[in-house]
Design a protein around this ligand. Sequence first.
Ligand SMILES: [Zn+2]
Length: 220
Amino acid sequence: MIGYDEVPDYEIKRQIVEVAKMMNRKGLVGTYEGNISVRKKGKVYETPTMQSKELLTEGKIICVDMNGEQLEGELKPTSETPMHTKCYTLRNDIHAVVHCHAPHCTAFAQAGQDYVDMASPEFQILFGRVPCLGYGTPGSPDIIDELPNYIAEFDVVFLAQHGVLAVGETPLEAYSKIMSVEMLLQTYFTRKMLFPESMCDLPACEIEALMKIRESNRKG
Ligand SMILES: [Zn+2]
């Protein structure tokens, strides 16, 4: 899909609700956590603040402009709206942003750690690195200070002490990237627990070959 300009509003809202319920089912969000948005021209459709993802409906989706001013909907926008609009100003090619507190991603974020896994071919092909941005108070402008340094290059980033954010062409794509990192981190965690002394890294020549696959996938 290239953009949402011709997609009806009801379909955008349906996609946001579908992904919200998937995130809830997979345990990526607490009751009031996480947010999902879609950009259509100069409008951003998003999940409202303080609403259960499990009980979300299309009628609860709100709409703001690129300055965060509310255009549609009864419920209030999330305080993390500037994080979403900032991603859209930095990336013309993306139309959806998903943010949540997926447990393994958030553990890395709270430790201020980048995620790099030299033992997993899948991680190397799909991501290469998930960087952790510096801390900003949730909902404050400083949370987005470092986005310009990373979001042009990385589709998934950790937000220090806080959670994870992903961008994509659709909310399903952005969600799937977070789910993928979360699953890879589960394996990483289990491997480190069971085999703390084992050297599992792939050889450098193999990492280089996988990096080339990643780069050609990105261009394609
Ligand atoms: Zn958050």
